[in-house]
Design a protein around this ligand. Structure first.
Ligand code: PLP
Length: 372
């Protein structure tokens, strides 16, 4: 179950949104992943799990108000941190802000991954921490998802030992979009040796429609000093380009993470934009509703074509293809649509991010051309 550096890189490329420079060389080798397809390209981008509808009006307004202050350094003790703390009923010092949750996860890696202190992840899963582990010469133990595409927590427990420095749980999981039941996670935490820290990455939390299977570890906390719960403003809040994310953890845990804190890492525009987004509860509710409708539309369109897919609790789907995924991705690219890569552990699927209705119409037209 130990994975090679190369497969970690490939896995990360599959699931990542923006590749760190070390990965770019690898990406350039692959014509399908050319960086030419940048943020302003004319491609329909269904490959990066972005919010297809753009930022909230309230956020844009906050940004406009802040533009004339960009000559200043950002505040470090900021209102946003206090707002997040009050939202989740924790102390402000329990909130770690970062330049995207990518940065927060880097701090976690700095604190807990090293030679002899390895990472345990699920496969397929979001590969960023595995990449961080590899560059720190920490072993990566990847445990295949269970048949239900939840984390196989029993197998993860069995694989945990004194060399496990950190466990990473992504819930809902990227790239599968699937849930790991809350009750199973609580049992897992009870049984896991008490000295192993656990990251729960809730990047897609806001897309989960109400279900007894899921509760965020922030909305319904467990009092566990090992836990680090990460969130991002890149998804439902639609601020991926501004780079802002955070983690909540016990104070003692935060003091370990803070050693890797990037001074002024959260920029002056990201702060008010994120604050405005959090305040706009109606806007966020609307976005979640829209995403649930888009998910239903996607499921209907796939079912009508008898295409298999994994039930998604996010803004993307894993779709089964009956041709080599590479050819399918190329076909879409040739038709001006970028869809996500495939993961080796699910070699018959591609990941498709939900776009706006007109973009999805285009997606299915191109899909039908492929079948024809
Ligand atoms: N965690 C997961 C599960 C993600 O899918 C992503 C990005 O797609 C991230 C973290 C990184 O998000 P951010 O944009 O906050 O760095």
């Amino acid at each position: 179950m130990t994975v090679s550096r190369r497969s970690v890189l490939r896995n990360f490329i599959v699931c990542s949104v923006g590749a760190p420079s070390l990965l770019c060389a690898e990406m350039l080798l692959d014509p399908l992943q050319s960086p030419a397809a940048g943020a302003h390209s004319s491609f329909i981008r269904l490959d990066r799990n972005e919010n297809a509808y753009g930022a909230l009006d309230s956020t844009l307004e906050a940004l406009r108000r802040s533009l004339s202050f960009t000559y200043r350094y950002p505040d470090t003790q900021n209102l946003l941190q206090q707002k997040i703390a009050s939202l989740y009923k924790v102390k402000p010092e329990q909130v770690v802000m970062g330049c995207g949750s990518t940065d927060v996860l880097r701090m976690v890696a700095d604190a807990f991954l090293a030679p002899g202190k390895g990472l345990m992840i699920a496969e397929p899963g979001y590969g960023l921490l595995a990449f961080y582990a590899q560059v720190r010469n920490a072993k990566v133990v990847s445990v295949p998802l269970a048949g239900s595409h939840a984390h196989d927590l029993k197998a993860m427990l069995a694989a945990a030992d004194s060399s496990t420095g950190l466990v990473y749980i992504c819930n809902p999981n990227n790239p599968t979009g699937t849930l790991t039941p809350r009750a199973d996670l609580e049992e897992f935490l009870r049984k896991l040796p008490s000295n192993i820290p656990v990251v729960i990455d809730e990047a897609y939390n806001d897309y989960v429609s109400p279900t007894p299977l899921y509760a965020s570890f922030l909305d319904k906390p467990v009092n566990d000093p090992r836990l680090i719960v990460t969130r991002t403003f890149s998804k439902i809040h639609a601020l991926a380009g501004l780079r802002i994310g955070y983690a909540i953890a016990a104070t003692e845990m935060v003091s370990k993470l803070d050693r890797g804190f990037l001074q002024f890492g959260v920029n002056l525009l990201a702060l008010p934009a994120a604050l405005a987004a959090l305040d706009d509860t109606e806007g966020l509710k609307f976005k979640a509703k829209k995403n649930a409708e888009d998910r239903l539309q996607f499921s209907n369109a796939a079912n009508a074509r008898k295409v298999e897919f994994l039930e998604s609790h996010t803004n993307f789907f894993m779709l089964k293809v009956d041709k080599p995924p590479r050819d399918v991705i190329k076909h879409f690219r040739d038709n001006n649509i970028l869809v996500g890569w495939w993961v080796p552990a699910m070699g018959q699927h591609i990941r498709v991010t939900l776009g706006r209705p007109e973009e999805m119409k285009q997606f299915w037209m191109v899909w039908d051309k492929l079948s024809a």
